[in-house]
Design a protein around this ligand. Structure first.
Ligand SMILES: [Zn+2]
Length: 299
């Protein structure tokens, strides 16, 4: 048994007033409008599409489009949910409906989680209640399919602060290697160190062709200008990055969002190691945890 659940009193937040997110989708490039509102049923995180509720759950996730999406069969219900879920995890909001009024993709905003936090934080109220906390009892390593050198590892620790160590390596690009160790003890840590780290492109071949191909795959990607949502590493990008290791930090942002499909608090007595991770590895770990908890009657 690698995982278990403990009960703990915790500071949680509820959303007092619904907030509207209106912006372009990273993949579709189209306008999407969503309303984020308190889930008065108190039964977790849901996506609402055309009046139907879909529970956010590790087994409802597809990472086929190199993003985290909620699907039903072949149908994409909600695309690119990871950055919003990351912000919700940091804010300890556990009951919410994400209602799609237009489109099926969460607006990408600036490619980080900062915009969601600012919007949601203006309407939240603190409550204290008993919650489930994920405990890790033995080390588990999840490797990428077909490449065992890429992995996420989750292990128990004696520390009272959760630590996430992130390493990225793109030897043929301008990034080469980045590392970051995040000590996650409170919301302020996340806000300061993780929330504003954007999606990045470490191009290995800096050609117009590659950039055009990327633009056609990601129709909502904005590479230049004041509100750009992609931090690119190329000879022609002279804009400053927000952190010297922004890519490694963004991997932590993604991991916290991808794991939040479990909608559970993480014990401070956990150490996590991310080595060249992606959404598929993160989701495989989330499924493994969910399966382990179900087996042990901790669902
Ligand atoms: Zn991301």
């Amino acid at each position: 048994m690698s995982f278990s659940v403990s009960k703990q009193m915790s500071d949680e937040y509820i959303l007092k007033t619904p907030v509207i997110l209106d912006g372009i989708g990273f993949h579709s490039g189209k306008r999407n409008v969503i309303i984020v509102e308190d889930n008065i049923e108190n039964d977790g995180l849901y996506v609402v599409q055309e009046g139907k509720r879909y529970k956010i759950d590790p087994f409802a996730v597809s990472t086929e489009q190199r993003t985290t999406s909620i699907v039903e069969g072949d149908q994409i219900i909600a695309m690119t949910i990871e950055h919003l879920l990351s912000a919700l995890h940091a804010l300890n909001i556990r009951n919410l409906n994400i209602v799609f009024e237009e489109g099926n993709e969460v607006p990408i905003l600036d490619g980080s989680a900062e915009g969601y936090m600012q919007l949601i934080e203006s309407e939240i109220e603190l409550i204290r209640r008993e919650v489930d906390v994920l405990e890790v009892t033995e080390t588990v390593r999840q490797v990428a399919q077909g490449d065992s050198s890429r992995f996420v590892q989750i292990e128990p620790s004696d520390s009272d602060v959760m630590t996430i160590q992130s390493t990225v390596s793109y030897p043929d690009s301008r990034i080469l290697k980045q590392e970051y160790i995040f000590k996650f003890s409170c919301l302020e840590d996340y806000r300061r160190e993780i929330a504003n780290a954007r999606t990045s492109f470490p191009f290995t071949i800096e050609s117009e062709e590659v950039i055009e191909e990327t633009k056609s795959r990601l129709k909502g990607a904005i590479f230049t200008g004041e509100n750009k949502n992609v931090n690119i590493y190329s000879s022609w990008n002279t804009d400053k990055t927000r952190h010297e290791n922004e890519v490694a930090r963004h991997k932590i942002l993604d991991f916290l969002g991808d794991l939040n499909v479990l909608n559970i608090e993480l014990s401070p007595r956990i150490t996590i190691k991310l080595f060249r991770t992606g959404h598929a590895i993160n989701n495989a770990l989330a499924r493994r945890i969910a399966t382990s908890l179900l087996k042990n009657g901790n669902s």
